[in-house]
Design a binder for this molecule. Structure first.
Ligand code: C2E
Ligand code: CA
Ligand code: CA
Ligand code: CA
Length: 278
């Protein structure tokens, strides 16, 4: 009985603590955009045959006045619950596109900017108009933007979602399925929508070393993607063993600490376009 009561007390204190945290985060989110508290870090996506940077993924962080630098897992789910993800998502899209335009203007060989999109954004009636407006304001060609959607998004199989995916395709924005293999999506979704790329979830890449199933699953996803005419990116590449396996299996691209951690834009050392003289 005594333990039971104690346990209960601890449990309720934890809940209380958690509720407080959520409340503080939620309140803080209201002014985070206007107070310039969000930052984007960028992680390169590398062509595994040529070693060139073919993309950059934008990953949000929150410079919280009280808690310090917060990772997206610590506030994105809360912002999704409260609806604040809509304005945060617009900020991310606008910042990421602006940065990509800047890289292009600085003369680096152009690449796609990959932006993570939450279900809630993709379900908005005016989402595609928002994307189109941002691209126009920034002056970035739609072919340099890729949206990453998670498999769970595809579970919510609404007309609005299908319409938005079709409109994005028409606009010229490409779509990647993020965390591929971890969601609940049946493979038939791959037929219904035509995606440009799949990103093999980090957990499978992690299992390449030593684990025979990890190798088999990774190789199978790569060949599935190729047969469906989709590009394929391996996430979370951390070492040589994984890299040589992926190369051997003809995986198109890789991303992970092996190449670079996500970094602020100005810390990336990007090549300049070579000017060829006759
Ligand atoms: P994600 O889209 O799967 O992003 C990849 C995550 O893996 C990033 O974590 C990245 O820092 C981490 N990562 C990259 N390479 C490696 C590696 O080699 N090893 C390991 N262990 N980890 C690696 P991060 O930045 O903490 O982001 C977590 C998640 O938050 C993202 O997962 C994405 O789902 C979400 N997220 C990030 N930015 C945004 C955003 O702007 N909007 C939305 N809606 N979600 C976002
Ligand atoms: Ca992603
Ligand atoms: Ca991912
Ligand atoms: Ca993830």
């Amino acid at each position: 009985k005594r333990y039971g009561k104690n346990n209960y007390t601890i449990y309720s204190e934890e809940l209380d603590h958690e509720a407080n945290y959520k409340l503080t985060i939620e309140k803080g989110l209201k002014s985070a955009v206007t107070n310039n508290e969000f930052v984007l870090h960028y992680q390169p996506i590398i062509d595994l045959q040529t070693g060139e940077v073919i993309g950059m993924e934008a990953l949000i962080r929150w410079n919280h006045p009280q808690f310090g630098l917060l990772s997206p897992d610590q506030f994105i789910p809360i912002s999704e619950e409260s609806g604040q993800i809509i304005s945060i998502g617009k900020w991310v899209l606008s910042m990421a596109c602006t940065q990509n335009k800047k890289w292009q203007e600085e003369g680096h060989p152009p690449f796609k900017i990959a932006v993570n999109i939450s279900t809630i954004q993709l379900q908005q009636q005016n989402f595609v108009e928002t994307v189109a407006k941002i691209l126009e304001e920034v002056g970035l060609d739609s072919k340099w933007l890729e949206l990453e959607v998670t498999e769970s998004i595809l579970m919510e199989d609404t007309e609005q979602l299908k319409e938005n995916l079709a409109k994005l395709k028409k606009l010229g924005v490409s779509i990647a399925i993020d965390d591929f293999g971890t969601g609940y999506t049946s493979l038939s979704y791959l037929r219904q929508f035509s995606f440009d790329r799949v990103k093999i979830d980090r957990s499978f890449i992690n299992d390449i070393v030593g684990d025979k199933n990890g190798k088999t699953i990774t190789a199978t996803i790569i060949s599935l993607a190729q047969k469906l005419n989709m590009g394929v990116i391996a996430e979370g590449v951390e070492d040589d063993v994984q890299l040589s396996f992926l190369k051997k299996e003809k995986c198109d691209a890789g991303q992970g600490y092996y190449f670079s951690r996500p970094l602020p834009a100005d810390l990336h050392r990007l090549p300049r376009s070579e000017i060829t003289t006759v």
